[in-house]
Design a protein around this ligand. Structure first.
Ligand code: SF4
Ligand code: SF4
Length: 499
């Protein structure tokens, strides 16, 4: 992976403080993202107390003990990190970032570190070190590309997650994520985009009408259907921003005839807990479990969203029933399976323009979903091209790990985090870049706009929508519009004066 590092001017723009000086002073915090006001006194002590409590109630100690013994300090991880390659700043070497937290663990939570620290009176956690963590852990996109390269398997994204988790326990977490999560867990609407149920139902009805007009097929978004095979949880923002993706998904289900439903009790797949708090993570997956049980559904179906899929797939079993937890399926797995089974017919070469595919880190890095979308795209596209590298070696969009939701760091995301991705997209010359993830879509749209790349970012189902061959029995003749209705022929009783 070759990336030309940013120059001084770009650096100044990417890292410009975006907050009022009086807020920074009041909070005594220099991070670029907005934070809700919190207790500023005695932060290091409170950080250590939170760290200790998390260690008591989790398995992190095993991983940390492993990591502090193993690092070879070889910097191979740096060669794979899109952030370091863009900044060339030693502080962005993954191993160095992780050391910010590992050194605290070593000093305060291991016997040898405590004894050494007491004897020499060194290694106390300072407010400055804490501030450095607060900044650095939100520069990492938790994409785990570095971990693939590390000869001893140090998981920097896990360390980043833990660092963010501890910080959030003392009130230091991006306001954008905290506010959305509060609405999801305690607000009236119960979802991160604050979509009320009547607005959801209205939107779905509107989309149904749209599809009938376009395709002449009666495509439905079933709501609150009990006993359905699949209970659907897209990123809720799709209801506001990704109508084409949702229409494609509804069209697929209409073609296959399988049962699915959206529940009005809970309909948000987003789980920001994956990015900054295990406590939040557990509460959100529990909502998915409760709603699927309420509707007596059989499986949890996650829409086009990487982190929503990963958080549900791995943490529903962890928190809601173990091996008896609901199976979790990503919509691309479903659509691919239906196509392979012959339940879904697709028109070859339905998309003439050049198309490429972006692998969302949360479903690609562990080799979960790699070939299914590719096979579907090759079936409908006349000109499909790969980015390099791809699949599990993909490069992050630059907005991973929750950073895409922090609008105030957009210059960082599109100048630093997404720089390597921009080069990749540009090199394909593609007209469409398929990004089957709500977070990646938002980041990549901002990236191509800020980097001046002529490429449209779409979902997989946006393109499938244009390629589905419905059974002729499903086609309904359009009703004539009122002003187009055929005038009844009037009997010519009077005749013509000339006759
Ligand atoms: S997880 Fe991704 S962004 Fe973070 S250090 Fe590793 S490669 Fe860099
Ligand atoms: S690749 Fe692994 S061992 Fe090498 S410096 Fe990075 S984290 Fe340490």
């Amino acid at each position: 992976m070759k990336t030309t590092p940013i120059n001084d001017e770009q650096r100044a723009k990417a890292f410009a403080p975006n907050k009022k000086p009086e807020v920074m002073e009041r909070q005594n915090l220099t991070v670029r993202y907005h934070v809700e006001d919190f207790e500023v006194e005695d932060r290091p002590r409170r950080f250590l107390e939170a760290f200790a409590a998390i260690l008591r109630h989790s398995n992190y100690r095993f991983a940390l003990d492993h990591f502090i013994r193993l690092s070879a300090k070889c910097s191979r991880c740096a060669t794979q990190c899109q952030v370091y390659l863009a900044t060339n700043d030693p502080d962005d070497i993954p191993c160095k970032r992780s050391e910010l937290l590992l050194s605290v663990y070593r000093r305060h939570f291991t016997m040898a570190g405590s004894i050494r620290g007491r004897i020499f009176g060194t290694g106390h956690l300072t407010d400055e070190a804490l501030q450095e963590m607060a900044e650095s852990f939100w520069n990492c996109t938790a994409c785990r590309r570095c971990t693939m390269e590390c000869p001893v398997g140090i998981d920097h994204a896990l360390i980043t997650h833990l660092g963010r988790y501890i910080l959030s326990e003392i009130g230091i977490a991006p306001r954008a994520l905290v506010v959305s999560t509060r609405e999801q867990l305690e607000g009236k609407t119960g979802n991160t985009s604050a979509v009320p149920v009547p607005a959801l139902v209205d939107t779905l009805e509107f989309l149904e009408e749209d599809m009938k007009e376009e395709l002449h097929v009666d495509i439905k978004f079933p709501v609150d259907v009990e006993n359905a095979e699949y209970v659907f949880f897209p990123a809720v923002s799709d209801f506001l921003m990704e109508a084409e993706t949702l229409m494609g998904i509804a069209a697929v289900f209409t073609a296959t005839g399988d049962s699915w439903t959206t529940g009005t009790g809970y309909f948000d797949g987003i789980n920001y807990g994956l990015f900054y708090s295990d406590r939040i993570l557990e509460r959100v997956v529990t909502k998915i479990d409760v709603e699927t049980k309420r509707l007596n559904g059989k499986k949890v179906l996650i829409g086009e969203c990487g982190h929503a899929s990963r958080s549900a797939k791995y943490f529903l079993p962890a928190h809601c029933g173990g091996k008896d937890a609901f199976p979790v399926i990503n919509i691309m797995e479903y659509t691919y399976g239906a196509w392979k089974a012959g339940k879904l017919k697709l028109r070859p070469n339905a998309i003439a323009e050049r198309v490429t595919y972006h692998d969302p880190c949360n479903i690609a890095r562990q080799k979960w979903i790699l070939e299914q979308p590719r096979e579907l795209l090759k079936a409908i596209c006349a000109d499909y091209v790969e980015m390099t590298p791809n699949r599990e070696d993909n490069i992050c969009c630059g907005g991973g790990g929750g950073t895409v939701s922090i609008d105030e760091i957009r210059p960082y995301r599109t100048t630093v985090g997404g720089l390597a991705k921009a080069d990749q997209i540009r090199a394909t010359g593609a007209k469409y870049c398929v990004a089957p993830c709500a977070n990646c879509k938002k980041q990549l749209r901002e990236l191509v706009e800020d980097q001046g790349i002529d490429c449209e970012i779409v979902g997989l189902h946006d393109l499938l929508y244009k390629a589905i061959e419905f059974d002729p029995s499903m086609i309904v003749e359009p009703e004539p519009e009122e002003d187009e209705a055929v005038e009844p022929v009037k009997p010519d009783v009077a005749g013509s004066a000339d006759e």
